[in-house]
Design a protein around this ligand. Sequence first.
Ligand code: FAD
Length: 286
Amino acid sequence: MTTIATLLRAGPTRSLEFFPPRTDDAERRFRFALGELSVLEPSFASVTYGALGSTQERTREIVLHMNEEQTFPTMAHLTCVGHTRAEVDELLNQYAKAGVRNILALGGDPPADGSHPDGDFTHAIELVEVVRAHPADFCVGVAAHPELHPRSPDRASDRRHLAAKLRLADFAITQFFFRVSDYERLVDELAALGCDRPVLPGVMPFVSADGLRRMAAMNRTTIPEGIATQLDAIGGDPKAVEALGVEVAARLCRDLMAAGAPGLHLYTLNRASPVRRVWDQLADWG
Ligand code: FAD
């Protein structure tokens, strides 16, 4: 199975992110979305991992299945907070045995009640080191936050910790954002710290006004005033919100490509239609 580092060396990538469904209905939607979107032949896909291991089994099953069934590689997300080193090693062994080559090494969020879970890890960089040390020679990605990680006390420390983590990894994928200038600033600040690894922008074609507001608040993503005003006007009309989400995402993708991004990573939210509509527009731009 190809590594994402190899794909990135060959040219710009286009990738899709899915999450493991938790109900029968959600499972049907996921299967449908995967069927519709896999024919687009993305460079690679990725599957998220529930905080503190809550979807460990499902993530593993889906990643293994997709790597078996699809022509493109699927990367497994893995968070370390709340896990022991032995648990992580066991999961990495299972992935290695199944031929999975790509891991997104994440910190993960501590419990919402503010408690500190047991485990051997505090920050994602410790997981990057463990994945790197594994004999399987995994390709390793990490998370980056153009508008700073919500727990970062200041810009300088955010960028310093990110650069240290990314130097040990192969590439980064960003949290979703709307302003190209935030992405460009992130890349420039990393370069100033001597880190020039590829940073794939994460783009989310939003499908719900409330969902977008909730996720943006959680991640401290700025919703630009123009988009916020349009959402206020059409928020109750799901079709109009989806159309706006597609328009905004397509424009952002085009501007990011023009800015020299090494690829585009689309957050699918397990929905086929908006992603297909964005993808179709990307095809028009070559
Ligand atoms: P870290 O790199 O550990 O950073 C977290 C905070 O700690 C930052 O403020 C950082 O500056 C600080 N920090 C880092 N190192 C140090 C240090 N040595 N000393 C002091 N401070 C330090 N979450 C999930 O649960 N499952 C997923 O599948 C998932 N997928 C994601 C995919 C992408 C592309 C992105 C961008 C995020 C994803 N997340 C996921 C969310 C992510 O787990 C959370 O943002 C989490 O809070 C931090 O993860 P991180 O990997 O950025 O952590």
